[in-house]
Ligand binder design. Structure first.
Ligand SMILES: NC(=O)c1ccc[n+]([C@@H]2O[C@H](COP(=O)([O-])OP(=O)(O)OC[C@H]3O[C@@H](n4cnc5c(N)ncnc54)[C@H](O)[C@@H]3O)[C@@H](O)[C@H]2O)c1
Length: 278
C-alpha cells in the first residue's frame, strides 16, 4: 500500500528527465499515472526534446510498478491540445488528484539579443503551458474537493543570471502563477506549490548547445569544460543535483503530511537559496 493508492497523477513533460523520475515515484506509491509530453523538437530550441520512444519507456516503467499508465502526446503550450489531453485523462481514470506541471524548455539570450521566437516558445511552454495545465486540472479538483498541484520552476525563477531573459522571465512568471492560483484554490482543498531545482542532471543540461553557450571560447566544449561554472551556480560544492532529489520535494508536497502548505516554493538548489533575499 502506498500513500497515493487510488489516486491519479498527471505529469507534464513526463517522457524523460525529472518528469520520468516523478512519474515512477508516484507509481511506486500506488498512483495511476498520466504522462503528457510534446515528444517533438521545436525550431527555436537548439537541443533535442524527448521523442515518442521516451514516452513509451516511461509508460512501461510506470506499469512495471503494478499501476495503470497513459502516455499522451500533447503540447501543453497549445490550449486545445492541453484541454483535450486532460479530458482524455479524466475520461480514462475518472479523477485527477495530482498535477505535476513539469514540462519546460531552456532558451536564453540577453535583453539586447534574445530571439523573439525563443521568447515565444519559452513563455509558451514554461508559463502559458503551466496556465493551461492548471486551468484544465483545477475544475476536476474543485469538484472532488481535493487536489495537489506542484509546478517545476527553477533556481532562475528565484534569482536571475546574465543572458537568460526568456527563461528567467518564464520561471518568475510561473512562481507568480503558483501564488495566485494558491489563493483561488485554497477554499476547495487544493494546494498549489512549486519546486525550484538548481542544475539537475538531465538532457536540458547535458547538451552541446548549452556547453557552447557557456564556453564560446572553445570549439568543442565538453562537460569538463562547463563543470566549474555549473558548480559556481551553487553554494554547496556540486555541479549537479540528481532528478531523484527534486522528486523527494515533489513527493513531500503531494503526500499526506502537507495539506496546509500552499503558495510555497521549495528550493532544491544546493544552497543557491542562501544567496536570495527570501
Ligand atoms: N535540468 C535543470 O538543470 C533544471 C533546472 C531547473 C529547472 N528545470 C526545469 O525542470 C523541468 C523538467 O526539465 P528536465 O530537467 O527534466 O529537462 P528535459 O528536457 O529532460 O525534460 C523536459 C520535458 O518536457 C517536455 N516538454 C517541453 N516542452 C513541452 C511542451 N510544450 N509540452 C509538453 N511537453 C514539453 C520535453 O519533451 C521533455 O520531455 C523543466 O520545467 C525545466 O525548466 C530544469
Amino acid at each position: 500500500m502506498g500513500f497515493l493508492d487510488g489516486q491519479v497523477v498527471i505529469v507534464t513533460g513526463g517522457a524523460r528527465g525529472q518528469g520520468r523520475s516523478h512519474a515512477v515515484a508516484a507509481a511506486r506509491e500506488g498512483a495511476d499515472v498520466v504522462l503528457l509530453d510534446r515528444c517533438a523538437d521545436v525550431a527555436s530550441i537548439k537541443y533535442p526534446q524527448a521523442v515518442e520512444s521516451d514516452l513509451r519507456e516511461t509508460e512501461s516503467l510506470v506499469r512495471d510498478c503494478g499501476v495503470r499508465a497513459l502516455g499522451i502526446i500533447c503540447d501543453v503550450a497549445d490550449r486545445e491540445q492541453a484541454a483535450r489531453a486532460f479530458d482524455q485523462a479524466h475520461d480514462r481514470f475518472g479523477r485527477i488528484d495530482v498535477l505535476i506541471a513539469n514540462a519546460g524548455v531552456y532558451g536564453g539570450g540577453s535583453i539586447q539579443d534574445a530571439d523573439h521566437d525563443v521568447w515565444d516558445e519559452v513563455i509558451g511552454s514554461n508559463l502559458t503551458g503551466v496556465f493551461h495545465s492548471l486551468r484544465a486540472a483545477s475544475p476536476r479538483m474543485i469538484e472532488q474537493g481535493y487536489g495537489r498541484i506542484v509546478v517545476t520552476v527553477s533556481n532562475q525563477g528565484r534569482t536571475a543570471v546574465p543572458g537568460s531573459v526568456p527563461y528567467v522571465s518564464s520561471k518568475w512568471g510561473a512562481v507568480g502563477l503558483v501564488k495566485a492560483a494558491a489563493h483561488d484554490l485554497a477554499p476547495f482543498g487544493v494546494t498549489v506549490n512549486g519546486v525550484a531545482p538548481g542544475n539537475t542532471s538531465t538532457k536540458m543540461v547535458h547538451n552541446e548547445t548549452l556547453y557552447r553557450a557557456m564556453r564560446p571560447d572553445l570549439a568543442n566544449p565538453s562537460w569538463d569544460d562547463v563543470e566549474p561554472a555549473m558548480r559556481a551556480h551553487h553554494v554547496q560544492p556540486i555541479a549537479l543535483l540528481e532528478p531523484s532529489e527534486i522528486t523527494a520535494a515533489v513527493m513531500f508536497l503531494i503526500g499526506p503530511g502537507t495539506p496546509h502548505i500552499t503558495g510555497s516554493i521549495i528550493d532544491v538548489n544546493a544552497g543557491t537559496a542562501a544567496r536570495t533575499t527570501a
